[in-house]
Design a protein around this ligand. Structure first.
Ligand SMILES: *[C@@H]1O[C@H](CO)[C@@H](O)[C@H](O)[C@H]1NC(C)=O
Ligand SMILES: *[C@@H]1O[C@H](CO)[C@@H](O)[C@H](O)[C@H]1NC(C)=O
Ligand SMILES: *[C@@H]1O[C@H](CO)[C@@H](O)[C@H](O)[C@H]1NC(C)=O
Ligand SMILES: *[C@@H]1O[C@H](CO)[C@@H](O)[C@H](O)[C@H]1NC(C)=O
Ligand SMILES: *[C@@H]1O[C@H](CO)[C@@H](O)[C@H](O)[C@H]1NC(C)=O
Ligand SMILES: *[C@@H]1O[C@H](CO)[C@@H](O)[C@H](O)[C@H]1NC(C)=O
Ligand SMILES: *[C@@H]1O[C@H](CO)[C@@H](O)[C@H](O)[C@H]1NC(C)=O
Ligand SMILES: *[C@@H]1O[C@H](CO)[C@@H](O)[C@H](O)[C@H]1NC(C)=O
Ligand SMILES: *[C@@H]1O[C@H](CO)[C@@H](O)[C@H](O)[C@H]1NC(C)=O
Ligand SMILES: *[C@@H]1O[C@H](CO)[C@@H](O)[C@H](O)[C@H]1NC(C)=O
Ligand SMILES: *[C@@H]1O[C@H](CO)[C@@H](O)[C@H](O)[C@H]1NC(C)=O
Ligand SMILES: *[C@@H]1O[C@H](CO)[C@@H](O)[C@H](O)[C@H]1NC(C)=O
Length: 357
């Protein structure tokens, strides 16, 4: 049987820790963690078996980092600015493949602003308790095994800015309530079992900077959900069942840097995409575009994928010597006149590479 430390010893240790942990800015000791937050975190970490000797002994905000490595992270951040107590505002537990459950106590951490549980092995469905975390701005649950549909309670997280759910098994249609989360700047939902269409009211999401949707089944979508988003820099709509003809006037996306429309069945003249010619990535392969490939798209340093668009034609210019130029043109009618090294059929950067940016 393990010996429990004497209460007096624990009290002295706590005092020493509190004295050592001076707030650098003010030279003041940190106040204690709110007892409700501390109890909830303790319950969560106990269920995940992440606490060692410190369980219930060290105040959580005095030891915010449990583990930090390229493989696994377990840490919190606290807001101690109120002076009399600290509140837990960030919880990051990532990379633990042995973590499979979402503990109910997690939803007692009601001051959380950021919750990153990506790259674990969480399974089952998302509990309705998420509705109690109404201050959340960051929700990263990507790369888990979550299933079921998006719970209605997610609609209560009106402050969400970053919602990452990619690479799970969530099913059902894309929830309409997302259109109400107008603070969203970063929405990534692909690699799941979701059904189209993409709701037209997504055009409300005027603050979007990164939109990555993909792998949708079911009903087809048109381009109508894309508005003149002033800040959009990533538009990735791979396999979204976009089957329409491109409109003659595309939405104005002045900040666009990454355009990925691969694997839809969009049609119309490829020159209609010219408003996006300054994008630093142009992936429009596996569609049904037609007509000559505009020279503006063919720029050294801009990865270009026009493959498998049977009716796209034109000529590719000489490949400049020494340039690391990524072009995918297989399966099109493009005339390369032997000017391009035909062995140059590289893997273009993928969603996964994008996430590092
Ligand atoms: C701690 O947090 C709970 C739950 O948010 C709150 O009701 C309570 O007033 C806070 N402060 C203390 C000292 O418990
Ligand atoms: C979570 O909050 C509920 C309701 O306030 C309380 O009954 C429960 O004991 C709390 N759980 C933990 C682990 O703190
Ligand atoms: C998961 O693995 C970590 C690190 O190896 C370990 O500390 C923890 O106790 C494990 N948790 C569970 C639930 O097995
Ligand atoms: C926790 O994750 C958020 C969002 O992923 C990140 O901004 C923050 O720096 C991380 N905090 C810690 C302590 O790792
Ligand atoms: C852990 O955090 C470090 C530094 O913030 C980061 O480089 C690393 O990718 C993170 N690992 C995981 C598994 O999230
Ligand atoms: C993830 O959890 C599933 C059960 O949901 C289990 O079969 C699988 O082995 C786990 N994966 C890892 C890497 O632990
Ligand atoms: C939120 O917490 C309160 C009490 O703390 C509880 O009564 C309510 O059911 C919770 N809501 C959800 C959606 O879990
Ligand atoms: C979700 O996965 C769990 C096991 O991880 C399974 O028991 C449950 O039936 C699944 N639910 C759905 C809706 O697929
Ligand atoms: C959205 O962001 C603005 C500006 O940061 C903020 O004032 C507002 O409270 C946030 N939440 C909602 C629901 O609009
Ligand atoms: C969006 O918000 C409006 C106004 O708050 C509400 O009436 C509507 O039901 C919400 N829509 C969805 C799909 O949640
Ligand atoms: C776009 O970004 C700018 C600068 O960060 C910001 O002021 C603005 O509110 C953002 N949203 C829109 C819709 O322009
Ligand atoms: C793409 O759309 C064309 C009509 O524009 C249709 O003939 C063709 O079968 C579609 N291809 C696929 C793979 O859906």
């Amino acid at each position: 049987m393990a010996r429990r430390p004497a209460p007096a010893l624990v009290a002295v240790s706590l005092l020493v820790l509190a004295l050592l942990n001076l707030d650098a800015a003010r030279g003041q000791p940190l106040p204690p963690t709110n007892s409700s937050d501390a109890a909830a975190l303790h319950a969560v970490f106990r269920q995940w078996r992440l606490e060692g000797d410190t369980a219930g002994v060290v105040d959580p905000c005095l030891m915010p980092v449990l583990s930090e490595s390229s493989m696994m992270n377990a840490s919190i951040d606290c807001d101690c600015s109120r002076g009399d107590e600290c509140r837990i505002t960030h919880l990051n537990v990532t990379g633990y493949r042995n973590i499979t459950e979402i503990p109910p106590a997690l939803f007692n951490l009601t001051e959380l602003v950021s919750l990153d549980l990506s790259n674990n092995n969480l399974s089952g469905s998302i509990p309705p308790g998420v509705g109690n975390l109404s201050k959340l701005e960051t929700w990263h649950f990507n790369n888990n095994h979550l299933n079921g549909s998006f719970p209605r309670e997610l609609s209560l997280l009106r402050n969400l800015q970053s919602l990452w759910m990619f690479d799970n098994y969530i099913e059902g249609s894309i929830p309409e309530f997302i259109q109400n989360l107008t603070n969203l700047t970063d929405l990534r939902i692909y690699g799941m079992k979701l059904q189209g269409p993409i709701p037209n009211f997504f055009s409300n999401l005027i603050n979007l900077e990164h939109l990555m949707l993909g792998d949708l089944e079911g009903k087809h979508s048109s381009f109508d959900f894309i508005a003149n988003w002033a800040n959009l820099s990533t538009l990735s709509l791979r396999k979204c069942g976009l089957t329409t003809q491109l409109p003659n006037t595309l939405p104005t996306l002045p900040k666009l840097k990454y355009l990925d429309l691969r694997s839809n069945n969009l049609s119309g003249a490829i020159r209609l995409l010219l408003p996006y010619k300054n994008s630093e990535y142009i992936y429009v392969g596996e569609n049904n575009f037609s007509g000559p490939l505009p020279a503006e798209f063919v720029r050294p340093s801009v990865p270009l994928d026009v493959s498998y668009n049977p009716s796209v034609n034109g000529r590719l210019p000489n490949k400049p010597a020494g340039q690391n130029w990524l072009i995918n043109y297989i399966g099109t009618s493009i005339d390369t006149s032997g000017t391009i090294d035909r062995s140059n059929n590289p893997e273009l950067p993928s969603h996964e590479r994008m996430q590092q940016n």
